[in-house]
Design a protein around this ligand. Structure first.
Ligand code: SF4
Length: 69
């Protein structure tokens, strides 16, 4: 299994497009204003792949990751 990742969103640059929570719905939810909320770490291969896509597809480059453990 790939390295587990923890996601962080820089809300000072996030514009609430929603690509992250549509791309990685197990990692991100959205708040009432459409901004992302991190639900938890990416631990499965699918979650890690989804989170990596979310990082690469964020128009504002607001999503970053760090290895867990
Ligand atoms: S894709 Fe990026 S800019 Fe859009 S809501 Fe997610 S973190 Fe914010």
């Amino acid at each position: 299994m790939a390295q587990a990742l923890k996601a962080t969103v820089d809300l000072s640059v996030c514009n609430g497009h929603g690509r992250c929570y549509m791309t990685a719905p197990e990692i991100f939810d959205c708040d009432d204003d459409g901004y992302p909320v991190v639900l938890g770490e990416a631990t499965t291969d699918q979650q890690i792949a989804d989170l990596t896509r979310a990082v690469n597809n964020c128009p504002e480059q607001a999503v970053s990751t760090a290895p867990v453990g």
